[in-house]
Write a protein that binds this ligand. Structure first.
Ligand code: S3P
Length: 428
């Protein structure tokens, strides 16, 4: 793909209907594939990552029929079959980690692989606790790297006191523990979409006073029709673009605002953004709202601790916001960013430096001195969709613009991002 040039232009205005939430999309497919009958999923994200999960389930005999507005998920009558081929998770960490948990507790043999970025990401964090439950998993680097080979087994109940807060690990363990039961505790609560959906499907899942999430054995999941909220992580790019481009006024209807991952709203509020959260409502198990963003002069803020965890995926674009703010922004307690689709700390620091922003790299984050990012900058977004979109937003506001190579990585989570950017710049 040719480099994409994003030049500064006028305000962004109008209404944007964003694609479906990626986390909820994966879970709607996987959990319904394990339930007793067909379910309708409306507003499913159609993107590379979700496609990888759908492909894995289809290889196990699940019918996933696209009916336009909705997708019909029908598990095979006798339960999931052994996958008929190697399962390619592409760029998707969520697919690989959740499916590892799922396959560990089912009969048959599964081999999971992914693209070059995914094959570099740590899998030991999910493999180790699964092995404590009796899972049989092998892979590169002592089963810390994919390809992973999983031989399904009857697992035994275990208690996992995790050292890293990760919704992917927690969800993998809950999927593995559907029959045996399982208890999981994490240092700080990560996104809880799996818990909400499991409860809606009839699983007995409670949280005790010491923070243990306790799943009772023998869960029989009922099929669940889902209307997928629009993705707050995708909204984040527009919330920042609308904040830093003068004259902007944008409405984003029906966006998921689950508090366990809505830290971007709190971080932007602390930075002085003008964002209204309108018509809060429940959509199935998830809270949603319409978000309106208008331009405002941002100021520096501290993004650390549980706030950093609740906006981890949005930190690259929040770093871009910080570059346009008055004063210093500190991003800390976010070492996990180094093991995402790329090392997002060093790649964001590099990109900001290209824009002549003064930024200091830290092991667990960065300190950014806001000002007037200039450029022109060049950013290679290979293997990292959020890097491509964060720096496209920077290019729409920085005087010299940004040219992006490998920007087609947006396919992972938001394939229509550049189309949407063109449209709202025209004020449609
Ligand atoms: C996700 C969990 C998070 C997040 C990822 C999606 C999920 O990852 O960064 O984009 O859907 O469970 P970790 O579990 O590694 O924190």
């Amino acid at each position: 793909m040719k480099p994409v040039r994003v030049e500064p232009a006028g305000p962004i205005r109008g209404t944007l209907h964003l694609p479906g939430d990626k986390s909820v999309s994966h879970r709607s497919l996987i959990l319904n594939a394990l339930a007793g009958g067909p379910a309708r999923v409306e507003g499913l994200l159609r993107s590379g990552d979700v496609h990888a999960t759908a492909g894995a389930l289809r290889a196990c005999g699940v019918s996933i029929r696209d009916e336009g507005a909705a997708v019909l998920v029908t598990p095979p009558p006798g339960g999931l079959a052994e996958p008929s081929d190697v399962v390619d998770c592409g760029n998707s960490g969520t697919s690989m980690r959740l499916l590892t948990g799922m396959f560990a507790a089912r009969s048959g043999h599964a081999v999971l692989t992914g693209d070059a970025s995914l094959r570099q990401r740590p899998m030991g964090r999910v493999v180790r606790p699964l092995k404590q439950m009796g899972a049989q998993i092998d892979g590169r680097a002592g089963a810390d790297r994919a390809p992973l080979s999983i031989r399904g087994a009857e697992l035994t109940r275990a208690q996992h006191d995790l050292t890293v807060s990760s919704a992917q690990v927690k969800s993998a363990l809950l999927l593995a523990g559907l029959r045996s039961g399982v208890s999981v505790r994490e240092p700080r609560q990560s996104r809880d979409h799996t818990e909400r959906m499991l409860r809606s499907m009839g699983a007995s899942l409670r949280e005790d006073s010491e923070g243990w999430l306790v799943l009772s054995p023998g869960a029989q999941l009922e099929p669940l029709d889902v209307v997928v909220p629009r993705d707050l992580s995708s909204a984040a790019f527009w919330l920042v673009a609308g904040s830093i481009i003068p004259g902007s006024d944008l409405l984003l209807p029906g966006v998921g605002i689950n508090p366990s991952r809505a830290g971007v709203l709190d971080a932007l509020a602390a930075m002085g953004a003008d964002i209204q959260v309108l018509d809060r409502r429940e959509q199935g198990a998830e809270p949603v709202a319409d978000l309106r963003v208008r331009h405002a002069q941002l100021v520096g803020a501290q993004i650390r601790g549980e706030l950093a965890l609740r906006c981890l995926d949005e930190l690259p674009v929040l770093a871009v916001a910080a570059a346009f703010a008055v004063g210093e922004t500190v991003i800390a307690d976010a070492a996990e960013l180094r093991v995402k689709e790329s090392d997002r700390i060093s790649r964001v620091v590099e990109g900001l430096r290209e824009l002549e922003v003064s930024v200091e790299e830290q092991p667990d984050g960065m300190n950014i001195e806001g000002g007037r990012p200039r450029g022109p900058a060049h950013v290679d977004a290979e293997g990292d969709h959020r890097l491509a979109m964060a720096f496209a937003v920077a290019g729409a506001a920085a005087s010299g613009g940004v040219s992006l190579t490998n920007a087609d990585s947006v396919e992972s989570s938001y394939p229509t991002f550049f189309e949407d950017l063109r449209r709202i710049r025209g004020g449609e």
